[in-house]
Design a protein around this ligand. Structure first.
Ligand code: GDP
Length: 445
Protein backbone atom coordinates (compact mmCIF):
# COMPACT_ATOMS: atom_id res chain seq x y z
CA UNK A 1 0.00 0.00 0.00
CA UNK A 2 1.14 3.54 -0.75
CA UNK A 3 4.23 2.27 -2.51
CA UNK A 4 3.83 4.30 -5.68
CA UNK A 5 2.85 7.39 -3.74
CA UNK A 6 5.72 6.93 -1.39
CA UNK A 7 8.19 6.51 -4.24
CA UNK A 8 6.85 9.52 -6.10
CA UNK A 9 6.98 11.79 -3.09
CA UNK A 10 10.45 10.63 -2.14
CA UNK A 11 11.71 11.49 -5.62
CA UNK A 12 10.02 14.91 -5.47
CA UNK A 13 11.85 15.61 -2.23
CA UNK A 14 15.19 14.32 -3.40
CA UNK A 15 15.16 16.71 -6.34
CA UNK A 16 14.87 19.56 -3.83
CA UNK A 17 17.76 18.41 -1.73
CA UNK A 18 20.43 20.37 -3.57
CA UNK A 19 18.58 23.68 -3.42
CA UNK A 20 19.71 26.45 -1.12
CA UNK A 21 16.34 28.16 -1.14
CA UNK A 22 13.10 27.57 -2.95
CA UNK A 23 11.83 30.04 -5.53
CA UNK A 24 8.12 30.34 -6.27
CA UNK A 25 8.79 28.42 -9.47
CA UNK A 26 10.38 25.60 -7.45
CA UNK A 27 7.36 25.50 -5.18
CA UNK A 28 4.96 25.44 -8.13
CA UNK A 29 6.89 22.63 -9.77
CA UNK A 30 6.99 20.67 -6.54
CA UNK A 31 3.27 21.11 -5.98
CA UNK A 32 2.56 19.96 -9.52
CA UNK A 33 4.53 16.80 -8.85
CA UNK A 34 2.74 16.21 -5.56
CA UNK A 35 -0.59 16.67 -7.31
CA UNK A 36 0.28 14.06 -9.91
CA UNK A 37 1.54 11.69 -7.23
CA UNK A 38 -1.74 11.97 -5.30
CA UNK A 39 -3.92 11.59 -8.37
CA UNK A 40 -1.98 8.52 -9.41
CA UNK A 41 -2.54 7.10 -5.95
CA UNK A 42 -6.29 7.40 -6.59
CA UNK A 43 -6.88 10.16 -4.09
CA UNK A 44 -10.19 11.92 -4.76
CA UNK A 45 -9.87 15.17 -6.68
CA UNK A 46 -11.35 17.54 -4.06
CA UNK A 47 -8.91 16.12 -1.53
CA UNK A 48 -5.97 16.57 -3.89
CA UNK A 49 -6.96 20.16 -4.53
CA UNK A 50 -7.24 21.04 -0.86
CA UNK A 51 -4.02 19.27 -0.05
CA UNK A 52 -1.92 20.90 -2.75
CA UNK A 53 -3.36 24.34 -2.05
CA UNK A 54 -2.42 24.02 1.61
CA UNK A 55 1.10 22.84 0.85
CA UNK A 56 1.62 25.66 -1.63
CA UNK A 57 0.34 28.30 0.72
CA UNK A 58 2.51 27.14 3.56
CA UNK A 59 5.61 26.66 1.42
CA UNK A 60 5.21 30.16 -0.02
CA UNK A 61 4.47 31.62 3.35
CA UNK A 62 7.97 30.28 4.06
CA UNK A 63 7.78 29.57 7.72
CA UNK A 64 11.52 30.00 7.58
CA UNK A 65 13.19 27.66 9.96
CA UNK A 66 16.88 27.82 10.67
CA UNK A 67 16.93 24.19 11.65
CA UNK A 68 15.58 22.80 8.38
CA UNK A 69 16.86 23.06 4.84
CA UNK A 70 14.31 23.72 2.04
CA UNK A 71 13.83 20.05 1.23
CA UNK A 72 13.25 19.22 4.88
CA UNK A 73 10.82 22.10 5.16
CA UNK A 74 8.76 20.76 2.31
CA UNK A 75 8.86 17.27 3.80
CA UNK A 76 7.68 18.71 7.09
CA UNK A 77 4.83 20.63 5.46
CA UNK A 78 3.74 17.59 3.45
CA UNK A 79 3.99 15.44 6.57
CA UNK A 80 1.83 17.89 8.54
CA UNK A 81 -0.73 18.08 5.77
CA UNK A 82 -0.85 14.30 5.40
CA UNK A 83 -1.53 13.98 9.10
CA UNK A 84 -4.24 16.59 8.76
CA UNK A 85 -5.91 14.91 5.80
CA UNK A 86 -5.74 11.56 7.61
CA UNK A 87 -7.60 13.09 10.53
CA UNK A 88 -5.05 14.74 12.80
CA UNK A 89 -5.38 13.19 16.22
CA UNK A 90 -5.91 9.48 16.77
CA UNK A 91 -9.60 9.01 17.48
CA UNK A 92 -10.10 6.48 20.24
CA UNK A 93 -13.11 4.29 20.83
CA UNK A 94 -15.78 5.89 23.01
CA UNK A 95 -17.06 3.63 25.71
CA UNK A 96 -20.56 3.98 27.12
CA UNK A 97 -20.87 5.32 30.68
CA UNK A 98 -23.02 2.34 31.55
CA UNK A 99 -21.91 -0.87 29.86
CA UNK A 100 -22.36 -2.47 27.49
CA UNK A 101 -20.76 -0.25 24.87
CA UNK A 102 -22.49 -1.10 21.61
CA UNK A 103 -20.44 -1.09 18.41
CA UNK A 104 -22.20 -1.72 15.14
CA UNK A 105 -20.35 -2.65 11.95
CA UNK A 106 -21.70 -1.67 8.55
CA UNK A 107 -20.34 -2.00 5.06
CA UNK A 108 -20.49 -3.88 1.80
CA UNK A 109 -20.22 -7.64 1.61
CA UNK A 110 -16.60 -8.67 1.34
CA UNK A 111 -15.38 -5.48 2.97
CA UNK A 112 -13.98 -7.58 5.78
CA UNK A 113 -16.63 -6.95 8.45
CA UNK A 114 -16.76 -10.41 9.92
CA UNK A 115 -12.99 -10.69 10.02
CA UNK A 116 -12.87 -7.27 11.56
CA UNK A 117 -15.41 -8.22 14.22
CA UNK A 118 -12.98 -10.92 15.35
CA UNK A 119 -9.99 -8.61 15.20
CA UNK A 120 -11.72 -5.92 17.20
CA UNK A 121 -12.92 -8.47 19.75
CA UNK A 122 -9.43 -9.86 20.19
CA UNK A 123 -7.99 -6.35 20.46
CA UNK A 124 -10.56 -5.46 23.13
CA UNK A 125 -10.01 -8.69 24.99
CA UNK A 126 -6.29 -7.90 25.16
CA UNK A 127 -7.30 -4.71 26.95
CA UNK A 128 -9.27 -6.67 29.50
CA UNK A 129 -12.68 -6.08 28.00
CA UNK A 130 -15.20 -8.90 27.69
CA UNK A 131 -16.67 -8.44 24.22
CA UNK A 132 -19.66 -10.28 22.81
CA UNK A 133 -19.89 -10.82 19.06
CA UNK A 134 -23.37 -10.66 17.62
CA UNK A 135 -24.34 -12.27 14.33
CA UNK A 136 -26.93 -9.95 12.84
CA UNK A 137 -25.95 -10.97 9.33
CA UNK A 138 -28.66 -13.52 8.67
CA UNK A 139 -28.69 -13.16 4.90
CA UNK A 140 -25.44 -14.64 3.77
CA UNK A 141 -25.28 -18.40 4.04
CA UNK A 142 -22.64 -19.37 6.57
CA UNK A 143 -22.31 -15.84 7.95
CA UNK A 144 -23.38 -16.98 11.42
CA UNK A 145 -21.04 -19.91 11.32
CA UNK A 146 -18.19 -17.75 10.03
CA UNK A 147 -18.67 -15.36 12.94
CA UNK A 148 -18.70 -18.25 15.39
CA UNK A 149 -15.41 -19.50 14.00
CA UNK A 150 -13.90 -16.03 14.23
CA UNK A 151 -15.18 -15.65 17.79
CA UNK A 152 -13.63 -18.90 18.80
CA UNK A 153 -10.30 -17.90 17.34
CA UNK A 154 -10.51 -14.57 19.13
CA UNK A 155 -11.43 -16.35 22.34
CA UNK A 156 -14.67 -14.42 22.83
CA UNK A 157 -18.35 -15.29 23.16
CA UNK A 158 -20.82 -15.10 20.32
CA UNK A 159 -24.56 -14.45 20.29
CA UNK A 160 -26.39 -15.94 17.34
CA UNK A 161 -29.75 -17.46 16.52
CA UNK A 162 -29.76 -21.24 16.48
CA UNK A 163 -28.79 -22.52 13.03
CA UNK A 164 -31.64 -23.96 10.98
CA UNK A 165 -34.20 -21.72 12.61
CA UNK A 166 -35.28 -20.13 9.38
CA UNK A 167 -34.24 -16.73 8.17
CA UNK A 168 -34.59 -14.99 11.50
CA UNK A 169 -34.92 -11.35 12.26
CA UNK A 170 -31.59 -9.52 12.52
CA UNK A 171 -33.18 -6.59 14.30
CA UNK A 172 -34.61 -8.80 17.03
CA UNK A 173 -31.31 -10.63 17.35
CA UNK A 174 -29.44 -7.36 17.76
CA UNK A 175 -31.91 -6.10 20.36
CA UNK A 176 -31.88 -9.35 22.36
CA UNK A 177 -28.09 -9.45 22.27
CA UNK A 178 -27.91 -6.32 24.40
CA UNK A 179 -29.98 -7.90 27.19
CA UNK A 180 -27.93 -11.04 26.88
CA UNK A 181 -24.71 -8.97 27.19
CA UNK A 182 -26.06 -7.28 30.31
CA UNK A 183 -26.96 -10.57 31.90
CA UNK A 184 -23.66 -12.18 31.04
CA UNK A 185 -21.66 -9.08 31.98
CA UNK A 186 -20.12 -8.39 28.60
CA UNK A 187 -18.94 -4.80 28.59
CA UNK A 188 -18.75 -4.42 24.81
CA UNK A 189 -21.15 -5.71 22.14
CA UNK A 190 -19.97 -5.88 18.54
CA UNK A 191 -22.79 -6.28 16.04
CA UNK A 192 -21.91 -7.65 12.62
CA UNK A 193 -24.55 -6.66 10.09
CA UNK A 194 -25.36 -8.00 6.63
CA UNK A 195 -23.61 -6.54 3.62
CA UNK A 196 -24.58 -6.70 -0.01
CA UNK A 197 -22.47 -6.78 -3.11
CA UNK A 198 -23.64 -3.31 -4.03
CA UNK A 199 -25.42 -0.49 -2.31
CA UNK A 200 -29.15 -1.05 -2.15
CA UNK A 201 -32.03 0.44 -0.29
CA UNK A 202 -32.98 -2.72 1.54
CA UNK A 203 -29.49 -3.07 2.93
CA UNK A 204 -29.46 0.53 4.10
CA UNK A 205 -32.85 0.20 5.67
CA UNK A 206 -31.95 -2.94 7.57
CA UNK A 207 -28.78 -1.34 8.89
CA UNK A 208 -30.69 1.79 9.85
CA UNK A 209 -33.33 -0.33 11.62
CA UNK A 210 -30.70 -2.17 13.62
CA UNK A 211 -29.13 1.14 14.49
CA UNK A 212 -32.47 2.48 15.74
CA UNK A 213 -33.14 -0.71 17.71
CA UNK A 214 -29.85 -0.72 19.63
CA UNK A 215 -28.69 2.94 19.49
CA UNK A 216 -25.00 2.07 19.18
CA UNK A 217 -22.28 4.11 20.85
CA UNK A 218 -20.21 3.72 17.72
CA UNK A 219 -21.27 2.85 14.19
CA UNK A 220 -18.18 1.84 12.27
CA UNK A 221 -18.19 1.86 8.51
CA UNK A 222 -15.92 -0.91 7.25
CA UNK A 223 -14.42 -0.36 3.82
CA UNK A 224 -12.01 -2.28 1.66
CA UNK A 225 -9.15 0.08 0.81
CA UNK A 226 -8.49 -1.85 -2.37
CA UNK A 227 -11.65 -0.67 -4.11
CA UNK A 228 -10.01 2.69 -4.80
CA UNK A 229 -12.26 5.59 -5.74
CA UNK A 230 -15.36 3.44 -5.12
CA UNK A 231 -14.54 3.61 -1.43
CA UNK A 232 -15.44 7.27 -1.47
CA UNK A 233 -18.84 6.79 -3.15
CA UNK A 234 -19.65 3.82 -0.93
CA UNK A 235 -18.75 5.86 2.15
CA UNK A 236 -21.02 8.63 0.98
CA UNK A 237 -23.90 6.23 0.41
CA UNK A 238 -23.52 4.77 3.92
CA UNK A 239 -23.18 8.24 5.35
CA UNK A 240 -26.54 9.18 3.83
CA UNK A 241 -28.26 5.84 4.41
CA UNK A 242 -27.12 4.83 7.89
CA UNK A 243 -24.67 7.40 9.17
CA UNK A 244 -21.52 6.40 10.99
CA UNK A 245 -19.07 7.66 13.59
CA UNK A 246 -15.84 6.24 12.32
CA UNK A 247 -14.22 4.35 9.48
CA UNK A 248 -12.28 1.10 9.47
CA UNK A 249 -10.00 0.56 6.49
CA UNK A 250 -9.36 -3.07 5.65
CA UNK A 251 -6.91 -4.77 3.31
CA UNK A 252 -4.33 -2.04 3.73
CA UNK A 253 -1.82 -4.81 3.09
CA UNK A 254 -2.99 -5.01 -0.52
CA UNK A 255 -1.18 -3.40 -3.40
CA UNK A 256 -3.83 -0.81 -4.16
CA UNK A 257 -2.72 2.76 -4.36
CA UNK A 258 -4.06 3.96 -1.08
CA UNK A 259 -6.24 6.80 -2.30
CA UNK A 260 -9.17 5.58 -0.21
CA UNK A 261 -7.26 6.07 3.00
CA UNK A 262 -6.34 9.58 2.03
CA UNK A 263 -9.79 10.57 0.80
CA UNK A 264 -12.36 9.05 3.08
CA UNK A 265 -11.78 11.25 6.10
CA UNK A 266 -11.86 14.49 4.16
CA UNK A 267 -14.93 13.48 2.15
CA UNK A 268 -17.02 12.14 5.04
CA UNK A 269 -15.62 14.24 7.86
CA UNK A 270 -15.44 11.05 9.94
CA UNK A 271 -12.22 9.74 11.43
CA UNK A 272 -10.44 6.56 10.40
CA UNK A 273 -10.31 4.65 13.65
CA UNK A 274 -8.82 1.28 12.82
CA UNK A 275 -6.83 -0.35 10.09
CA UNK A 276 -6.68 -3.98 9.03
CA UNK A 277 -3.57 -5.25 7.34
CA UNK A 278 -4.07 -8.95 6.71
CA UNK A 279 -6.25 -11.98 7.11
CA UNK A 280 -5.03 -13.00 10.54
CA UNK A 281 -6.69 -11.68 13.68
CA UNK A 282 -3.58 -9.92 14.86
CA UNK A 283 -3.21 -7.94 11.61
CA UNK A 284 -5.10 -5.03 13.06
CA UNK A 285 -4.53 -1.88 15.05
CA UNK A 286 -5.86 1.52 15.96
CA UNK A 287 -5.22 4.03 13.18
CA UNK A 288 -2.69 6.74 13.93
CA UNK A 289 -2.65 9.52 11.31
CA UNK A 290 0.85 10.65 12.26
CA UNK A 291 2.32 7.20 11.94
CA UNK A 292 0.59 6.57 8.65
CA UNK A 293 1.94 9.87 7.30
CA UNK A 294 5.49 9.03 8.24
CA UNK A 295 5.08 5.63 6.66
CA UNK A 296 3.93 7.24 3.42
CA UNK A 297 6.90 9.57 3.54
CA UNK A 298 9.10 6.58 4.20
CA UNK A 299 10.29 7.90 7.49
CA UNK A 300 9.52 4.48 8.76
CA UNK A 301 6.97 3.65 11.33
CA UNK A 302 9.29 3.67 14.26
CA UNK A 303 6.52 4.14 16.79
CA UNK A 304 4.52 1.12 15.66
CA UNK A 305 7.67 -0.93 15.56
CA UNK A 306 8.58 0.10 19.06
CA UNK A 307 5.08 -0.59 20.33
CA UNK A 308 5.11 -4.05 18.85
CA UNK A 309 8.48 -4.63 20.40
CA UNK A 310 7.11 -3.50 23.74
CA UNK A 311 4.24 -5.90 23.48
CA UNK A 312 6.62 -8.77 22.86
CA UNK A 313 9.41 -7.79 25.21
CA UNK A 314 10.08 -5.97 28.37
CA UNK A 315 10.30 -2.20 28.41
CA UNK A 316 13.99 -1.99 29.08
CA UNK A 317 14.85 -4.13 26.11
CA UNK A 318 12.51 -2.16 23.87
CA UNK A 319 13.87 1.19 25.03
CA UNK A 320 17.39 0.01 24.34
CA UNK A 321 16.40 -1.12 20.88
CA UNK A 322 14.59 2.16 20.24
CA UNK A 323 17.63 4.18 21.27
CA UNK A 324 19.97 2.25 19.07
CA UNK A 325 17.57 2.15 16.16
CA UNK A 326 17.14 5.87 16.12
CA UNK A 327 20.71 6.94 16.79
CA UNK A 328 22.76 4.17 15.23
CA UNK A 329 25.23 4.67 18.08
CA UNK A 330 26.85 1.61 19.53
CA UNK A 331 24.87 -0.64 17.25
CA UNK A 332 26.68 -3.98 17.05
CA UNK A 333 26.10 -7.34 15.41
CA UNK A 334 25.04 -8.56 18.83
CA UNK A 335 22.20 -6.01 18.74
CA UNK A 336 21.51 -6.95 15.17
CA UNK A 337 21.06 -10.56 16.25
CA UNK A 338 19.00 -9.62 19.28
CA UNK A 339 16.77 -7.42 17.15
CA UNK A 340 16.41 -10.05 14.54
CA UNK A 341 15.26 -12.55 17.11
CA UNK A 342 12.77 -10.03 18.50
CA UNK A 343 11.56 -9.32 15.00
CA UNK A 344 11.24 -13.02 14.32
CA UNK A 345 8.84 -13.30 17.23
CA UNK A 346 6.89 -10.21 16.29
CA UNK A 347 5.50 -11.47 13.00
CA UNK A 348 6.25 -11.94 9.33
CA UNK A 349 9.51 -10.22 8.60
CA UNK A 350 8.30 -8.41 5.48
CA UNK A 351 5.69 -6.46 7.41
CA UNK A 352 8.20 -5.41 10.01
CA UNK A 353 10.96 -4.43 7.63
CA UNK A 354 8.51 -2.22 5.82
CA UNK A 355 8.11 -0.16 8.97
CA UNK A 356 11.76 0.67 9.33
CA UNK A 357 13.00 4.04 8.11
CA UNK A 358 14.57 4.15 4.67
CA UNK A 359 13.36 0.67 3.83
CA UNK A 360 10.97 1.94 1.15
CA UNK A 361 13.90 2.17 -1.24
CA UNK A 362 14.73 -1.46 -0.61
CA UNK A 363 11.25 -2.79 -1.25
CA UNK A 364 12.28 -5.33 -3.87
CA UNK A 365 14.85 -6.84 -1.58
CA UNK A 366 12.36 -6.87 1.29
CA UNK A 367 9.85 -8.78 -0.78
CA UNK A 368 12.42 -11.48 -1.30
CA UNK A 369 13.13 -11.84 2.38
CA UNK A 370 12.32 -15.25 3.67
CA UNK A 371 12.04 -15.90 7.38
CA UNK A 372 14.48 -18.79 6.92
CA UNK A 373 17.13 -16.30 5.79
CA UNK A 374 16.94 -14.86 9.26
CA UNK A 375 17.81 -18.19 10.79
CA UNK A 376 20.84 -18.45 8.55
CA UNK A 377 21.97 -14.96 9.50
CA UNK A 378 21.43 -15.79 13.16
CA UNK A 379 23.56 -18.92 12.73
CA UNK A 380 26.37 -16.87 11.21
CA UNK A 381 26.35 -14.31 14.01
CA UNK A 382 26.25 -17.06 16.61
CA UNK A 383 29.38 -18.59 15.12
CA UNK A 384 31.28 -15.36 15.79
CA UNK A 385 33.14 -14.59 18.98
CA UNK A 386 31.72 -11.87 21.25
CA UNK A 387 34.59 -9.60 20.18
CA UNK A 388 33.74 -10.10 16.53
CA UNK A 389 30.08 -9.34 17.15
CA UNK A 390 31.06 -6.08 18.80
CA UNK A 391 33.34 -5.09 15.97
CA UNK A 392 32.98 -7.13 12.77
CA UNK A 393 35.85 -5.18 11.21
CA UNK A 394 38.27 -7.50 13.00
CA UNK A 395 36.98 -10.60 11.20
CA UNK A 396 39.70 -11.55 8.71
CA UNK A 397 39.69 -14.09 5.87
CA UNK A 398 40.51 -17.24 7.80
CA UNK A 399 37.96 -16.44 10.50
CA UNK A 400 35.33 -15.86 7.83
CA UNK A 401 35.98 -19.33 6.54
CA UNK A 402 35.68 -20.79 10.04
CA UNK A 403 32.48 -18.89 10.66
CA UNK A 404 31.06 -20.09 7.35
CA UNK A 405 31.90 -23.69 8.23
CA UNK A 406 30.58 -23.31 11.74
CA UNK A 407 27.24 -22.02 10.52
CA UNK A 408 26.90 -24.16 7.41
CA UNK A 409 26.91 -21.33 4.88
CA UNK A 410 29.33 -20.05 2.23
CA UNK A 411 32.03 -17.44 2.84
CA UNK A 412 30.17 -15.14 0.46
CA UNK A 413 27.15 -15.23 2.75
CA UNK A 414 29.31 -14.26 5.70
CA UNK A 415 30.81 -11.42 3.68
CA UNK A 416 27.39 -10.25 2.59
CA UNK A 417 26.14 -10.17 6.13
CA UNK A 418 29.06 -8.06 7.31
CA UNK A 419 28.62 -5.63 4.42
CA UNK A 420 24.89 -5.39 5.04
CA UNK A 421 25.45 -4.76 8.70
CA UNK A 422 27.77 -1.84 7.97
CA UNK A 423 25.22 -0.44 5.55
CA UNK A 424 22.43 -0.71 8.11
CA UNK A 425 24.60 0.99 10.71
CA UNK A 426 25.41 3.81 8.31
CA UNK A 427 21.80 4.22 7.30
CA UNK A 428 20.64 4.50 10.89
CA UNK A 429 23.20 7.17 11.62
CA UNK A 430 22.13 9.04 8.54
CA UNK A 431 18.46 8.76 9.40
CA UNK A 432 18.98 9.92 12.95
CA UNK A 433 21.24 12.83 12.12
CA UNK A 434 20.02 13.94 8.72
CA UNK A 435 16.31 13.73 8.13
CA UNK A 436 15.77 13.05 11.75
CA UNK A 437 12.90 11.55 13.56
CA UNK A 438 10.98 14.15 15.54
CA UNK A 439 11.40 13.86 19.23
CA UNK A 440 13.96 11.11 19.00
CA UNK A 441 17.46 11.49 20.36
CA UNK A 442 19.62 12.95 17.62
CA UNK A 443 16.58 13.67 15.49
CA UNK A 444 15.03 17.01 14.73
CA UNK A 445 12.89 18.46 17.46
P1 GDP B 1 -17.59 -9.41 5.14
O1 GDP B 1 -18.39 -9.94 4.00
O2 GDP B 1 -17.59 -7.91 5.14
O3 GDP B 1 -17.97 -9.97 6.47
O4 GDP B 1 -16.08 -9.81 4.82
P2 GDP B 1 -15.19 -10.98 5.41
O5 GDP B 1 -14.78 -10.68 6.79
O6 GDP B 1 -15.83 -12.29 5.15
O7 GDP B 1 -13.86 -10.80 4.51
C1 GDP B 1 -13.88 -11.00 3.11
C2 GDP B 1 -12.50 -11.53 2.68
O8 GDP B 1 -11.50 -10.56 2.90
C3 GDP B 1 -12.05 -12.74 3.47
O9 GDP B 1 -11.45 -13.64 2.57
C4 GDP B 1 -11.05 -12.21 4.46
O10 GDP B 1 -10.08 -13.17 4.81
C5 GDP B 1 -10.44 -11.08 3.67
N1 GDP B 1 -9.91 -10.00 4.52
C6 GDP B 1 -10.53 -9.34 5.51
N2 GDP B 1 -9.73 -8.38 6.03
C7 GDP B 1 -8.56 -8.43 5.33
C8 GDP B 1 -7.34 -7.67 5.37
O11 GDP B 1 -7.14 -6.74 6.15
N3 GDP B 1 -6.39 -8.03 4.47
C9 GDP B 1 -6.56 -9.04 3.57
N4 GDP B 1 -5.57 -9.30 2.74
N5 GDP B 1 -7.70 -9.74 3.51
C10 GDP B 1 -8.69 -9.46 4.37
Amino acid sequence: MFETLSDRLTSVFSSLRSKGRLSDADIDATCREIRIALLEADVALPVVKTFVAQVKERARGAEVSQALNPAQQVVKIVNDELIEILGGETRRLRYAKTPPTVIMLAGLQGAGKTTLAGKLARWLREQNHTPLLVAADLQRPNAVQQLSVVAERAGVAVYAPEPGNGVGDPIAVARQSIDHARRQQHDVVIIDTAGRLGIDQELMKQAADIRDAVTPDEVLFVVDAMIGQDAVSTAQAFMDGVGFDGVVLTKLDGDARGGAALSVRHITGKPIMFASTGEKLEDFDAFHPDRMASRILDMGDILTLIEQAQKTFDEEQAAKMAGKLTSGEGFTLEDFLEQMMMVRKMGPIKNLLGMMPGMGQMRDQINQVDDRDLDRIAAIIRSMTPGERQDPKIIKGSRRERIAKGSGVTVTEVNNLVVRFFEAQKMMKRMAGGMGIPGMPGGRK
